[in-house]
Every structure is written in C-alpha cells, then in structure tokens.
Write a protein that binds this ligand. Sequence first.
Ligand code: NG1
Ligand code: ZN
Length: 531
Amino acid sequence: SVNVENLSALSAKHPKPANTFTYGTAGFRMNADLLDSVIFRTGILAALRSKKLDGKVIGCMITASHNPAADNGVKLVDPMGEMLEGSWEAHATALSNAQSDEQLVDYIHSMVSSLKIDLTKPANVIIGRDTRPSGVALVNAFVDGLKVLDAKSTDYGILTTPQLHYITRCLNTAGTPEAYGEPSAEGYYKKLAAAFKTLVDGKTKLSPLTLDCANGVGAPKFQEFLPYLGDSLSVKIVNDDIDNASKLNLNSGADYVKTGQRAPVGLKLTSQDRCASFDGDADRIVYYYQDEDSTFKLLDGDKIAGLAAMFIIDLVKAAGIDSIKVGVVQTAYANGASTQYLRNTLNVPVSCVPTGVKHLHHEALKYDVGVYFEANGHGTVVFSPSALKTIYSAEGSSPAQAVAIRSLRALSEVINQTVGDAFSDLLLVETILTQRQWSPKVWDQAYTDLPNRLVKVVVQDRSIFKTVDAERKLVEPAGLQDAIDAIVLKFRDGRSFVRPSGTEDVVRVYAEAATRSETDELAHRIGGLVF
Ligand code: NG1
Ligand code: ZN
C-alpha cells in the first residue's frame, strides 16, 4: 500500500483550493494559479498508469495550447503516443477533487484494488512543457506527485506537444519491430527531415512559406528544425517572441486565424503568398493566402484533410496497391462543402465523430489509411499495420510504381502518427504542393467553403445540454432541437448545431448556409434560442 507519511509530506506542499476540477478533452486546463494541486495529483495518476502498464513510459505535457498566457494545463500520454485511455479520465478527475489526504489515499487504494495495480512494479514518466513561465513550477509539482509512488522521471524541458508524444512512443517501442525512431527532439528532426527530402527530391522548390508561430514553443523548435531541412524548404518565421510571455497566442496563431478568419498581427499578406499559423503548442496548423482581390482565404483543417486524402488516393493508385482503402474522419464542425467534396468527388468514406482528438484518432484506426482533421487544424494520418506491411513489401512492376511506393513509405515517416502535429502537417502540405507545383489558390479550388460562423454563448449551466449523433443533435433540454430544426429548414444549405464545450464554460453554436448574411442570421437566431 501507499506510504501515507510520504504522501502527506508531499501533499502538504500542494494544498487543494476549493475549486472543482474536470479532466476534459484537453486534460486539465485553467488559470495556472489554480493548477498546483491538480498537477501534483496528476503525477500520482501518471505513476499509477505506468505501474498498471508494467512500467511502460507515460508522457506528461504541461501546456494550455492556444489559450492565453496566464493559463496552463496538463495532459497524459499513453505508451503508443496516444491520449490517456478514456476510462482513466474519471480517475484523474476524482484524484484532483479529493478533499483530504485521507480521501486521496482511499481513492488510490480503490484504484489499486479495482484495476489490480501492482504497486511494486516500476513506473517511468517523461515530461515536456511549452514556453509558459508557469511551466517550471508545475513540472516540479508533477514530479512531487511521481515521488509519492517512487516513479522515475525524465524532464525533457521545452518541447512541442507532438514531440512529447513522439518521444513517448519511441521509448516504448525501442528494440521492437515497431521501433518509431530515436527518442529525442533531434531524432524527431532527423526522421522528419529525411522523409521530407525524399518526398521533394528533384522537384522545383516552392516560394518561401511565411510561418506565424503565435510567439509560442513552435518558434524556437522550428528554428531548431530548419538546419535539418537544409535547402529543401524555405520558411520565414514570424511571431517568434517567446521572451514576452504575454504575447503568447495574442492576436496570432492558428486559433485566432481560424476563429476570426483573418491574418495574424506581425504578418503582411501579399497576393498569393503562402502563409501558415501554428497554435501555442504546435499541434495545430492552418494555411491561408490573399486572393487577387485582397480577400483573405483560409485553408483550414478540412482543406488539409481534402488535400491529403486526394494525394494519398492518387499515390496508392500510382503504386499499384489500391487494395489499400483510404477513409476520412471529421467532426460536426467540418464545413459541409468539404464533406461533399470527400464523398462525391474523391469517393472516400467519411465518418463523423464527437469533438476531441481521441475520438477522431480511434475512428481513423478503422481504415487502412485514416485521415483525420478537426476544422481548427488539428489532425494527422494513421496507417494501419497491414497497410504499412503492404507499402513496405510492395516492389512495383514499373519505375513509376516504384517511385510511388517510395513516396508512400516516406509519407508514412513524415507524418506523425501519434497525434496531430503542426510540423509534420506542414511538411505533408509542402510535399503535396511541391510535388504538384500548386499555389495555395490551386489547392483552394478543390471546393468552395460554405460561409460558416461559430459563436460562444455563455449560459448558466452548460451541463443541461445533452447531445447524440456525434454531437449533431440535442436530446436535452427537451424541445430545443425541434426549435433548431424549424429554423434551419428556412435557410438554403442551412446546417446548425449546438453543443456544450468540453474545454470552456460556454455552449458553442455552429451555423453554415449558402451566403454570408444567411449564415450570420442563422447563427444569430439559433444563438437566441440557447441564451
Ligand atoms: P471544445 O471546447 O469542446 O469545443 C475545443 C475545440 C476542439 C478541440 C478541443 C481541444 C472547436 C470548435 N473545438 O473543444 O476541436 O481542439 O478544444 O483543444 O474548435
Ligand atoms: Zn494545441
């Protein structure tokens, strides 16, 4: 059983405030001042998780992604680089809310017995954090949590979220046939750069990409990455001021660009220039450019998914291995025009799942090659073991087939298969645009987005909103969905849904329709129903 004296001594350093906490879609995330006890207790949970999995390495990332500089957060990563198993989220929540050391010990013991955790097993945990100043103290709180159960920890310092996922998987697969790479940031750079160079080898280089790093961890890390890419890619980094903490995500970054459908500060858009924005922990990316008539054009996660699916389908055909079936996974926030394009033009199966990467990732694993993206730019591509086997054993019966097979192999290496990764997704998009010699405008021509609007509505209690059908329909409060349906019917190409956010204390209203003004009116009217 747990050494209670040891626990009490450590716990006394991390007293719990009166607040109630929830481990949500993105782990725990809130103002950093509230996080000390939560992160200490998440350390205890990480140690339990590792012991449960026979000492496998568990990852811990301290970040609040696109949220303001004053926030921070924590999420745990399972051994293969995936999000913490869903059923453990409730344990995280319960531990964080225990009112006393006694309750804490009781809960740990109840987990030990119900989950059959052998406390004598070793525990190994690795830690990464973004550039937030609050990160250092929170790492210390987490390490204190690990000490409760004598877990071994390695602090990797500042990393992007996807790098932490990558390293976790590398450590757990080392020396096995599934070995994923060298477990370090350097190993990550080498792997991605080598694959990218293979993919663009012999092709005419594109004009430079302007990259907004949201004054976050993506800036120093992409800078660190550039030498590995050599002259295969030219990138001009903007918004790279990580020394002024308050500038993090401020009027910049993927979330700002996607939500506001406008360019970030610190970046001058000129006609046809290719630009991209990372979010604060570099797991999301969106592209954009300015049209001849000076309109801002967004190439979001849906556009990236369409581009990637198109390219992979062509490549699989060119390689002569079209037994490999490609599928795409979206959420309800995907633009209706993108779903139409995927289904009707590319003829790929499309699934819709609830918000949250774990749902998308899980569903994507059902395809040979599963492309998944949230509209906000978080996503990746996963290759099933059997698809990888086919790709690595195929030889091709013509030089053209051999070239396509080589590209597919490199593509599976350039893509971070553990989680959505802005660096890796950037290289994926740059690969496709280079191979096709496409401008962003040509990419954009695949389909035209329906005008859309996403609004936040502050309500008294968002827990009364209950959804079904991948969050597209409300079952509670009673009658509300009928009222929504009646309004939507009146709008051409109208679609709207309402769901409680999993990360903020708001209800989100999404609307799309044939024109901008109809969309705005639809969003306004549905918002009025909720309020
Ligand atoms: P919530 O707050 O549950 O809508 C938001 C994003 C998700 C996802 C999570 C995790 C939207 C509409 N929602 O979830 O896509 O990224 O945060 O960060 O963008
Ligand atoms: Zn993020």
